[in-house]
Design a protein around this ligand. Sequence first.
Ligand SMILES: [Zn+2]
Ligand SMILES: [Zn+2]
Length: 133
Amino acid sequence: MDTVAMKTKLTLSVDRNLLKEAKSRAAKRHLTLSGLIDEFLAFFTRPQLYCFKCGGIYDVETSKVCPKCEWSICPRCQTCKCQLGEEASKVAFHMRKVYENLVGGRLMLEGEINRIARAAQLPPKTKTDEGIL
Ligand SMILES: [Zn+2]
Ligand SMILES: [Zn+2]
């Protein structure tokens, strides 16, 4: 990062027992709750994925979406779900579920968000045209 991160205080309400367990686990691993929450918020705000094919990391929101499988396309090797075999795409699907549960829903891509927003404002007959990008 080329800018110095400004820190600010944050007050949260969380499950008392969970907090106790989390503090204990964090201490054992020499981590701080602030650091963990920072990491989580960074992922939530700017989600990044590792490509299941080449292992490269990329921003979910700026990546292109395959119109066929609707998965993000790795900008390095151009792989989406279409290039994965059935078993591999099953594994990828369920691994991605872990992320999605963490961020409270499906990883939304910038293009996908815009498409949904546009579709919501347009009459139904143009919705099918939207699918052909
Ligand atoms: Zn890749
Ligand atoms: Zn695809």
